[in-house]
Design a protein around this ligand. Structure first.
Ligand code: TYD
Ligand code: MG
Length: 420
């Protein structure tokens, strides 16, 4: 380790040679234990994903594809914060202040009090934030600003990193809460959010199929709150509306009595959310049958197909297989395995699963069905929405009032249960 001042002065001289201003360390117990101050926006899902509101002095990245709604969301946030008595500066390198005004008018959120500036030089943006004494600074986007200290063009990796570093220092030094927008493309190719993730305090991703009228906000990193919380918004002419019952929304488009559909309950952060898994097994054309998974790791699908074949004697070898989760939701949890298998079997037999069935469990390589974590919370969410027949691991199942439990030891049990 290199110590400033070095050891050159010898044992004793080393100390006096350390000409650093001393910020005296404190014992942790002597530091005031007041909980973090948080500014609520009142946009319920947004506050929830942040961990209960915005932390002063924090730097938050909002990533997402162009057109997904980042600017809309942040302008709404700005309006809400202004209404709550915070001073907000919305700096845009993408739109002029006049364009922002038009957007604000369309939102009908009363964003009139928000300060706006169209600017691409970071130093100017920071000066403007200081000039209006902003509590909150929104910078849209990191790819369109540049610091004067570097020659390179905006969007260049060096610029993006340097600007993020400056914003972080600004946030910490002034206590301003800073949001920065970062565009990502489907390929994730451009310099942006990925380079920034380790610099910022909090990373939010805003996603959703652009054709559908709802959007998901997810925290993938949060120094001040839990990660993986999911916020759900619906898109309207007036902007984004928090969705009170995401499960109902995700299941709204579900057609009753159709084969190849099964519902599971995922834990999204601390909340259970019901999602539909759809599968279609169709006679393959020439060549290798296709396996297409959307919202599910293709490798996981391959594993499940192999286990179904070897452990339950159900082969999809000559069939094209397509599996998808309710658009935008990802089945990363192993607890969703059982629903994927059920949807596959249902499609293969062309027989719908019972309308009130919920599938919850992980499938092992031996074909055994293992309990999913947090089953009570999931089942209570499910029964609220009328899913009262719970297919799950024989071992896990505790008794849950109002729900019938179908106990499964292995995949063969599932095959029988679904055919019954
Ligand atoms: P925008 O916020 O500009 O996306 P981004 O900043 O991520 O590129 O939104 C894209 C378009 O969608 C814009 O024309 C406004 C429209 N829109 C709505 O009409 N309602 C909404 O709720 C949202 C989010 C967007
Ligand atoms: Mg935008």
């Amino acid at each position: 380790m290199v110590v400033p001042g070095g050891k050159a002065g010898g044992r004793d001289g080393g100390r006096s040679a350390l000409r650093m201003p001393l910020a005296a360390p404190s014992r942790l117990r002597d530091l005031s234990a007041t909980s973090l101050a948080r500014w609520r926006t009142g946009l319920r899902e947004f506050d929830f994903v942040l961990g209960g509101g915005l932390v002063p002095g924090s730097l938050t990245l909002i990533g997402g594809e162009p057109g997904i709604g980042k600017s809309t969301l942040l302008l709404q946030v700005a309006a809400r914060l202004e209404a709550a008595g915070r001073t907000v500066l919305y700096a845009s390198g993408e739109e002029s202040a006049d364009q922002l005004r038009l957007r604000a008018d369309r939102l009908g959120e009363g964003a009139g009090a928000v300060h706006a500036i169209g600017e691409t030089i970071l130093e100017q943006v920071l000066a403007a934030a200081v000039a209006v004494n902003a509590d909150v600074l929104i910078l849209d986007s990191i790819q369109t600003v540049a610091t004067e200290s570097l020659e390179s063009a905006p969007g260049n990796v060096g610029q993006v990193r340097e600007c993020a570093g400056l914003l972080m220092r600004f946030a910490k030094a002034t206590g301003t809460a800073v949001f920065v927008v970062g565009h990502v493309t489907r390929g994730g190719s451009i310099a942006g959010p990925k380079t920034l993730e380790h610099i910022v305090d909090t990373v939010l991703y805003f996603e959703g199929e652009s054709a559908l009228d709802y959007r998901l906000l997810r925290a993938t990193k949060n120094r001040f709150g839990p990660v993986d919380e999911l916020g759900v918004f619906s898109m309207t002419e007036q902007g984004l509306e928090p969705v009170t019952n995401p499960s109902a929304l995700f299941l709204a488009a579900r057609a009753a009595g159709v084969s190849g559909s099964a519902v599971t309950a995922l834990m999204e952060g601390t909340r259970p959310v019901l999602v539909e898994v759809q599968a279609l097994a169709a006679r393959a054309g020439y060549g290798t049958p296709q396996r297409v998974a959307t919202g599910l790791d293709p490798k996981r699908l391959a594993v499940l197909l192999a286990v179904l074949d070897r452990r339950a004697g159900v082969s999809f070898a000559d069939l094209d297989v397509f599996v998808q989760a309710t658009a935008g939701v990802r089945l990363v949890e192993p607890g969703a395995d059982l629903a994927v298998a059920a949807a596959l079997l249902s499609s293969l037999n062309d027989r719908p699963v019972p309308a009130d069935a919920l599938f919850l469990g992980e499938i092992g390589l031996g074909g055994e069905i293992r309990p999913a974590a947090g089953i009570e919370r999931r089942v209570s969410e499910a029964s609220r929405l009328g899913f009262t027949r719970i297919f799950g691991a024989a071992k896990s199942l505790v008794s849950i009032p109002g729900a019938e439990l179908v106990r499964l030891d292995n995949l063969s049990d599932l095959v029988r249960a679904i055919a019954a």
